[in-house]
Ligand binder design. Structure first.
Ligand code: 13P
Ligand code: SF4
Length: 322
């Protein structure tokens, strides 16, 4: 059965003390801790809310605490700041970026859009505030199909930055879109050969996958959806075991939800040690850094007002449709 080894990296006594200190600091400073499902188990356990990108955006918009501590990656914290500019938003590690967001630099994207006049620009939330400011409507993996279907059929669409999610949405909606050539290094690291071998050895297991995965992985899946969607699917399915093609952090919450079911992380190409995929950016956040950031209220995530106001509109359009 799946077990998360990350919690073993720090001494148990030290972990308990740090968790206690973080909980006290949260109260003292009227702070709320939001965490993504890809965070390590110790962080997920003391978070006030753990969710997918859509859930985290909805929560961030509604926070009335003074400080939002965002345990996730930069674009997520930036989205929280865009939605709730009156709050101080701090992150454990400012270097926690995203390969997908990095694959779409603003200047190159501006030139790309110019090549397709009259197109509606849909961007996946995994992008920078500057890219959101160039967007008509944002989406997440939970609502991408719904968002694209909400656009009048006679309007041509640009979809960025994830070409894998874009191709999946095209397939599901039957809608041709111009795709930006970006991708997530974690979801592109799954090995189809190793996945099929694992499935052969566990014929009862259902394969479930995040739509950032490549099409040959998605073709093997019984269910495709966001992290929150995958959690729901595993709870509702009558199957007793699953091969999960997404970042391995999700398996912590999943195993809590279905303690009697067997979970296998989908194997990655180069991975001979733990046979799973971890997002190096997400894993930059640690309990110690979380404690430091709450104590010092640093590093802070800020967004210049001009960019923020432009980026807010397409996020609000998405939230209104979600
Ligand atoms: P979710 O919105 O499904 O949580 O995905 C976030 C992400 O970064 C996937 O790699
Ligand atoms: Fe970005 Fe991929 Fe990490 Fe998600 S898993 S934060 S898309 S690099």
């Amino acid at each position: 059965m799946y077990s998360d080894s990350t919690a073993m990296k720090i001494d148990l006594k030290e972990e308990t003390i740090l968790k206690g200190e973080i909980i006290n600091l949260k109260k003292e400073k009227n702070a709320v801790l939001l965490a993504h499902y890809y965070q390590t188990e110790d962080i997920q356990e003391i978070a006030d809310y753990v969710g997918d990108s859509l859930g985290l955006s909805q929560k961030a918009a509604a926070v009335d605490a003074d400080i939002i501590v965002f345990a996730g990656v930069h674009f997520m914290a930036e989205t929280a700041k865009i939605l709730n500019p009156g709050k101080k938003v701090v992150v454990p590690d400012l270097n926690a970026g995203c390969s997908l967001a990095d694959s779409c630099p603003p200047d190159a994207f501006r030139h790309f859009i110019d090549r397709y006049p009259g197109h509606v620009v849909v961007t996946y939330i995994n992008c920078s505030a500057e890219i959101k400011a160039l967007t008509d409507i944002v989406c997440t993996s939970s609502n991408a199909i719904k968002i694209v279907n909400s656009i009048p059929e006679d309007k041509p669409v640009i979809f960025a930055p994830d070409k894998n999610l874009g191709a999946y949405v095209m397939n599901q909606t039957g809608r041709a879109m111009v795709l930006w050539d970006g991708s997530c290094m974690v979801h592109e690291a799954f090995s189809i050969e190793k996945l099929l071998e694992l499935a052969r050895n566990n014929p009862e297991a259902e394969i479930i996958a995040h739509p950032e995965s490549e099409s040959h992985i998605l073709q093997t899946a019984c269910y495709i959806g966001s992290t929150a969607g995958m959690l729901k699917y595993v709870q509702q399915s009558t199957s007793r075991s699953f091969i999960v093609a997404t970042e391995a952090g999700l398996l912590h919450q999943m195993q809590k939800d279905v303690p009697d079911k067997k979970l296998f992380p989908a194997p990655a190409i180069e991975d001979n040690i733990c046979a799973c995929s971890e997002c190096a950016y997400m894993k930059l956040n640690t309990l110690q850094k979380l404690y430091n950031c709450l104590k010092n209220e640093l590093p802070e995530v800020t967004v210049p007002d001009e960019v923020r106001l432009k980026a807010l509109k397409p996020i609000e359009r998405m939230l209104a449709l979600s």
